[in-house]
Design a binder for this molecule. Structure first.
Ligand SMILES: Nc1ncnc2c1ncn2[C@@H]1O[C@H](COP(=O)(O)OP(=O)(O)OP(=O)(O)O)[C@@H](O)[C@H]1O
Length: 313
């Protein structure tokens, strides 16, 4: 069944789950995408804030919920105490609205801003930290047997200190299947650079294009508007070699575009090495020239001697 209509619920609307009875008060709209609308809500019983996503399309939102549930199960099994996706999904239910059943799920509220806005405000060198944290998130996902798929700047929320959370799990596929949701520029197929099989290298590639997009937008735009049959990974590599803003990440980007990492742990390691090596040395405090210190020492000695001679008689 497909539910396809737009929702515009005002602040203060009470959402009550049809089956589980959870009650959530809408605080404000967080965002609206192709698949659903996301509200900041307060759980009535606990006064805690969460994000609540309602789907326009029952099939799409159900597949997103299935992935989140599987991730949650895996998270619990593999890392019972670690903070990971096991706490991400809070509740799943339906909301009865004007005679229709609208599926929704409640998830952890992420207080952050999209990657592009974050870099624009804090400066592009914050890509070092945000990129590191994003790669760690991907590693966790890959090690659990999943590929994110639709990696793009809008799906990456960044907190004050560069901590990263991925949102929109609608494009997640298990390794070996086909990537089910993607966005042109970040898609390997768009660049004739490989297939759409869900494998970690698919996400590395997308992440490389995210970096190029955010740090060297003009040449990427230019390359993306060529005839489809002309596009290739060579165009991306060309940008990577030429754009000074990408210099700190050059080696990483080249490997990601060509899918040359052994696994995502290796990708994390190389990113860390490169960003650590490219940081400028801390500025040393200017030191006092030696001759001034010697002159000062001689003056003090002479003064002490003069005072001694003066008071001796
Ligand atoms: N857990 C969350 N915490 C805070 N904000 C969120 C959260 N989830 C989603 N949002 C906000 O809601 C917006 C829409 O969410 P989401 O990307 O999941 O919707 P979508 O319909 O699947 O979008 P798309 O068109 O990209 O597929 C996001 O861009 C983000 O601003």
């Amino acid at each position: 069944m497909t539910t396809s209509f737009k929702l515009n619920l005002p602040q203060g609307t009470l959402i009550t789950g049809r089956w589980r009875g959870g009650r959530y008060l809408i605080q404000r709209l967080l965002g609206q995408g192709a698949n659903g609308v996301v509200y900041l809500v307060k759980q009535v019983d606990s006064a805690r804030l969460y994000a609540l996503k309602m789907g326009f399309d029952t099939v799409d939102i159900q597949s997103e919920i299935n992935v989140l549930k599987a991730l949650q199960r895996q998270g619990r099994r593999h890392h019972p105490v670690r903070r990971d996706n096991s706490g991400y999904l809070v509740e799943v239910d339906d909301y009865s609205f004007q005679g229709k059943e609208i599926p929704f799920y409640v998830m952890r509220y992420i207080k952050g801003e999209p990657l592009r806005a974050f870099l624009a405000r804090r400066g592009s060198r914050w890509m070092d930290a945000a990129g590191m944290n994003l790669l760690r998130q991907l590693r966790r996902l890959h090690e659990s047997g999943w590929v994110f798929g639709d990696l793009k700047p809008e799906n990456v929320l960044v907190g004050t200190y560069g901590e990263v959370e991925l949102i929109d799990y609608g494009g997640v596929s298990s390794i070996g299947r086909s990537v089910k949701q993607f966005t042109e520029w970040y898609d390997r197929g768009f660049w004739n650079a490989g297939g759409r099989t869900a494998e970690p290298s698919y996400d590395w590639f997308s992440f490389a294009v995210v970096c190029i997009h955010l740090l060297a937008e003009q040449p990427l735009k230019h390359a993306a508007t060529q005839l489809p049959q002309m596009r290739s990974s060579g165009d991306l590599l060309d940008i990577v070699y030429k754009a000074p803003s990408l210099a700190p990440y050059r080696e990483w980007l080249q490997k990601a575009i060509q899918g040359e990492f052994r696994d995502t742990a290796e990708a994390c390691l190389l990113w860390k090495e490169l960003v650590t090596a490219s940081r400028p040395e801390p500025v040393k405090k200017p030191t006092t020239p030696r001759w001034i210190i010697s002159a000062f020492a001689i003056s003090v000695t002479l003064l002490v001697y003069a005072l001694y001679m003066a008071f001796r008689f």
